[in-house]
Design a protein around this ligand. Structure first.
Ligand code: EPZ
Length: 423
């Protein structure tokens, strides 16, 4: 296995280009199951997770080829409705094939994803939604075996919690249903709007984009189309927080600032320079040489503060002047990064779903060997390593490579001293 080595304490300067959003690429790649013909997707990041879902589509009979950041996926050859545990266990988002397989074939047998480091992550809302569309869902030896005779029927779906992939799965299932489907308390993340745009370009009839009420009038068939993945707001936010913590002056290019309303607010409250451009964020910070104000965050569904940027902001708050309260409302175990940050000298006390982060006023974090546990926890350790004095070795960086394209190249381009080594 490989580790990431960072010589910290150096400010970041220059421009970093943001890639396409992982959490948009995954549902939009899955949507190519809905129709035969060649789907074209532009601005697709080349990540461990996008390679995983493409392998899953291959196992279902589809073919694809990458041309730079564009993908051509041929949905014609679909010849299976079964997604194996071997593939699904490596990436929970594989459940996104359930909706399109049910819509196109009336059958889907997909391994239950199982939990992951950040929580149990059940899919009961997905299954309840499918049952509202007439699908019979049986659980059998770790698999969901879902089926219906003929087409899905339009129905009414209500999400107790606005599930992101639950909303995406039901959108894809309802697009080919017989009749109209109403989804209430739908999630409103920008990645869902990207999926709505793709489905509409394929001939779907969907009202309520970016709202919590979606109305889908099912059609008989969809056709392949050409679409572009939106910028990755979580990657952009991660780099913005990295500059805030390490200090420097960086343009975060090719991002969508309006997809990060709460982070921009919180960074400005912390005293970080944030200039908002049409497709860039200009971040300036003196890092630990300035008074980084203690700011509380509470994670919420979009447009609230994103849970996927909670660990990263906590790394910044370890160097603040005061005490910051980080409250995690979305996942039950998303503080795996705390123990690793404590190894670097951070003063953090966990109390249930809250963490009290006492800033190390004056002195910085110190580099140390640490271990990545999940995708976003690993990016918070990168931020801590950039801000810390001395060397930080981050092991198990396969977590990081799931969601951050060319992170060594992008950070090196900003003047960071970072490289990979075999463990
Ligand atoms: C999506 O996961 C993202 N993944 C996650 O990003 C993100 O953290 C999460 O949304 C919240 O924003 C992708 O889009 C591929 P949820 P998802 O269903 O859809 C509970 C990353 O780092 N729930 O919105 O799986 C669930 O346990 C990843 O890029 C049920 O109880 O999240 C959680 O507590 C991590 N039953 C809450 O709802 C269900 O059927 C929100 O989960 C579904 C969800």
């Amino acid at each position: 296995m490989e580790k990431l080595v960072i010589e910290g304490g150096k400010p970041l300067h220059g421009t970093v280009k943001i890639s396409g959003a992982k959490n948009a690429a995954l549902p939009l790649i899955a949507a190519s199951l809905l129709a035969p013909g060649v789907h074209v997707l532009h601005n697709v990041p080349d990540l461990r997770d996008t390679r995983t879902i493409l392998r899953l589509l291959e196992s279902l009979g589809l073919s694809w080829e990458r041309e730079g950041t564009s993908l051509r996926i041929d949905g014609t050859g679909l010849n299976s409705s079964e997604a194996s545990y071997e593939l699904v266990k490596t990436m929970r988002a594989s459940v996104l094939v359930l909706g399109p397989l049910l819509a196109r074939l009336g059958r889907a047998k997909v391994s239950l994803p199982g939990g992951c480091a950040i929580g149990a992550r059940p899919i009961n809302f997905h299954l309840m939604g499918f049952e509202q569309l007439g699908v019979q869902c049986d659980l059998d030896s770790g698999y969901v075996d879902a089926s219906i005779d003929g087409r899905l029927k339009g129905g009414r779906v209500y999400f107790d919690i606005p599930s992101v992939t639950g909303t995406e799965n039901l959108l894809m299932a309802a697009a080919l249903a017989d009749g109209t489907t109403i989804i209430k308390n739908a999630a409103r993340e920008p990645e869902i709007g990207n999926l709505v745009d793709m489905l509409v370009s394929m001939g779907a009839k969907i009202e309520g984009k970016n709202s919590d009420r979606l109305e889908i009038e099912g059609v008989e068939q969809l056709v392949a189309a050409e679409n572009t993945i939106i910028p990755d707001r979580i990657e952009a936010g991660t780099y913005a927080i990295a500059v805030a913590a390490a200090g420097g002056d960086v343009i975060i290019q090719d991002c969508e600032p309006e997809h990060l309303p709460s982070l921009v607010e919180k960074l400005q409250l912390a005293g970080i320079g944030v200039e908002i451009g049409v497709d860039y964020l200009h971040i300036t910070s003196k890092g630990t040489d300035q008074e980084i104000k203690a700011v509380d965050i509470t994670t919420m569904p979009y447009p609230g503060y994103p849970t996927d940027l909670q660990a990263q902001f906590m790394a910044l708050m370890t160097c603040c002047h005061g005490v910051s309260r980080v409250h995690e409302t979305i996942f039950e175990n998303r503080f795996m990064h705390v123990a690793e940050l404590q190894r670097m000298g951070a003063d953090i006390q966990i109390d249930g779903r809250s963490a009290m982060v006492k800033g190390l006023v004056g002195n910085m974090l110190t580099g140390a060997p640490v271990m990545a546990t999940d995708l976003r926890a690993s990016s918070s350790l990168v931020i801590a390593g950039l801000a810390a004095s001395g060397r930080t070795d981050i092991s198990r960086i396969y977590h990081l490579e799931r969601g951050y394209e060319d992170i060594v190249g992008k950070l090196s381009g900003l003047g960071a001293v970072v490289w990979k080594e075999n463990e």
